[in-house]
Design a protein around this ligand. Structure first.
Ligand SMILES: Nc1ncnc2c1ncn2[C@@H]1O[C@H](COP(=O)(O)OS(=O)(=O)O)[C@@H](OP(=O)(O)O)[C@H]1O
Length: 330
């Protein structure tokens, strides 16, 4: 019996005892537990920790008070979307709306209902900023207005979605659209060559997207198959420039918001030739939109403009009739 080894003395938390061969079966488990905990802590400190480890409970998952608790609220699908139109003044409208404390808007265009629909609603929701109860989640993607599938897809998300369309004289809009393409492709043919199949016969090329987008009545008809007129607000792109506070008043009413954005928020910047914000969201400095918004247009011959005005007139009249609003483009 004297040859029997004595029971090991209790080991203070020291590394040597962990490596003692006789202690191995017990201490290997302890070592593995420590390894798991160490890996987890390292993972959390590196900023990648977002889900609680199974079994570790809410105490680990809850963020401590302080800067991390800024992630309050939840990501929701938008209750209101600026669906159009390209070059109508959609960026100005979104930036103006962002001043409102009850509006949280995605800064970029997600293109979910036209290009990324396959990614699914969870992907879309996850892009959204967090909102508190009572705040409205918004996004803007102007190409939705001319996307055949967009009305049905938005309806399937929620038939209560509020839809905002910023419209602008379709002739000026087409020139603005052309100016944008020209800035990226300097070798582009001139406006006239693209707008007409045959200018002497006044044959407009409706296959050119810069022309097609401006046939608002046709696109609206597609939307009205899914949404009643009461779900729409048509914002005048021209009035958004000449009277931003007045137009923003209508927008806030439509969204059921308190009229917080008023003429106090705007000033007219003579150099830019557009209204700018005195205090944009998250800043105390005045700010105008970027260089790509409100840029000079190339000079287009008067005859070309007149031809296009004639082309759009019946569509504009139809659009006024459908919306019950005269936008004064004649
Ligand atoms: N406050 C203010 N500042 C600058 N620009 C303003 C503003 N309000 C309306 N606009 C007009 O917005 C036009 C661009 O429209 P969008 O923002 O809808 O363009 S886009 O479709 O997102 O590319 C842009 O078109 P261009 O003038 O052709 O550049 C402007 O005329």
């Amino acid at each position: 019996m004297s040859s029997m080894p004595a029971a090991p003395a209790p080991c203070p938390m020291g590394c040597s005892s962990l490596w003692s061969p006789r202690a191995l079966p017990v201490n290997l488990g302890l070592l593995l537990t420590m390894l798991v905990l160490f890996t987890y802590c390292f993972y959390c400190l590196s900023g990648s920790c977002c889900q609680p480890l199974p079994g570790l409970g809410a105490a680990v998952a809850d963020p401590p008070p302080g800067p991390r608790s800024a992630a309050v609220g939840s990501k929701r699908l938008p209750q209101a979307i600026i669906v159009g139109v390209k070059k109508g003044g959609t960026r100005a409208l979104l930036e103006f709306l962002r001043i409102h404390p009850d509006v949280r808007a995605l800064g970029t265009e997600p293109h979910f209902f036209d290009r990324c629909y396959e990614r699914g609603l969870d992907w879309y929701r996850n892009l959204m900023p967090r909102t508190l109860d009572g705040q409205i989640t918004m996004e803007k993607t102007p190409s939705y207005f001319v996307t055949k599938e967009a009305p049905k897809r938005i309806y399937n998300m929620s038939r209560d979605t509020k839809l905002i369309v910023v419209v602008r004289n379709p002739v000026t809009r087409a020139i603005s659209d052309y100016t944008q393409t020209l800035s990226k492709t300097p070798t582009l043919p001139n406006f006239q060559a693209l707008a007409f199949k045959n200018i002497s016969r006044g044959l407009v090329d409706t296959s050119w997207s810069a022309i097609r987008i401006g046939i608002y009545a046709k696109h609206l008809n597609n939307w009205l198959q899914y949404f009643p007129l009461s779900k729409f607000l048509f914002v005048s792109g021209e009035r958004l420039v000449s009277d931003p506070a007045g137009e923003m008043g209508r927008v806030q009413d439509f969204l059921g918001l308190k009229r917080v954005i008023t003429d106090k928020h705007f000033y007219f910047n003579e150099t830019k030739g557009f209204p700018c914000l005195k205090k944009p969201e998250g800043s105390s400095k005045p700010r105008c939109l970027g260089k790509s918004k409100g840029r000079p247009h190339p000079k287009i011959e008067k005859q070309v403009i007149q031809h296009l005005e004639e082309f759009y007139r019946p569509f504009n009249m139809k659009f006024y009739q459908m919306t019950g609003k005269d936008f004064g483009w004649e």
